[in-house]
Design a protein around this ligand. Structure first.
Ligand code: 1GP
Length: 237
């Protein structure tokens, strides 16, 4: 079954999903990736995402290979730019940064990667990506040169996501950005979810079980956690 079909099936079954985001830049050796894989086995998430706003070391490919070898769950690329394509992964969030007005992140990077993606076996997950201002400026905001949606402007987020759905995007991601000061508000999640019929991903600044459950209960179908797992891989014990 495809990743998208699996996510949709979970929604029908009212099963909430968890993804852990791994930033390959944090590693300097394969051993370190292996020990993350061990920690991930204990957490037992539904998906592992790999990527970052800026990836500058050589371990991007190794990270994907080791996680694929060690884990029985789909490995999905969460790319910061068109350099982050690797055919060993199962899928890729084909992100269009619809909260911004930078054509490069709406369509430009995609043009550069299009033929490579066509040749690959990767499942393409066309994702409407919305950056939300959840405190201090984040790397994603800086690197994409876009203005995030203000924290309390739930209707702007909903209209943006709806426009993306009307354009044919399949998944939506409300992201406060890595290490956000606070998670996206439950009110915004609820407003966006009630406007859409597509699956909704939420991430950024979620660091406690209560925040995870708040996001799920507000309407997130899949919650992605990166920084909190990085800081404490035993977070969920
Ligand atoms: C970032 O949503 C992801 O794009 C994860 O955020 O690192 O804050 O968990 P955190």
């Amino acid at each position: 079954m495809s990743i998208l079909a699996e996510i949709k099936e979970s929604i029908v079954e009212q099963k909430k999903l968890l993804g852990i985001l791994i930033d390959p830049d944090k590693y300097t050796s394969t051993q370190e990736i292996e020990s993350t894989a061990m920690a991930l086995k204990k957490v037992n998430p539904d998906y592992v995402f790999v990527g970052g706003s800026l990836i500058n070391n050589a371990l991007f490919e190794q990270t994907i290979s080791v996680l694929k070898e060690q884990l029985n769950i789909p490995v999905i690329i969460f790319p910061g730019n068109n350099q982050q394509v690797n055919t060993n992964a199962d899928g890729i969030l084909l992100i269009s940064l619809i909260s911004g007005r930078n054509p490069d992140f709406l369509i430009g990077q995609h043009v550069n990667a299009a033929f490579q993606l066509q040749k690959s076996q990767l499942e393409l997950l066309p994702t409407g990506y919305l950056l939300i201002n959840c405190g201090h400026p984040t790397s994603a905001q800086y690197m994409s040169n876009t203005t995030p949606i203000p924290y309390t402007k739930n209707n702007i987020a909903a209209a943006t996501a709806l426009a993306g759905e009307q354009l044919g995007l399949s998944l939506f991601y409300l992201d406060g950005g890595s290490g956000a000061d606070q998670p996206v508000s439950p009110e915004m999640i609820k407003t966006v979810k009630s406007t859409l019929s597509s699956p909704l991903i939420v991430g950024g600044g979620i660091s406690t079980k209560t925040q995870l459950e708040t996001a799920w209960n507000a309407g997130a179908d899949l919650v992605i956690i990166g920084t909190a797992f990085e800081n404490n891989p035993n977070l969920f014990e």
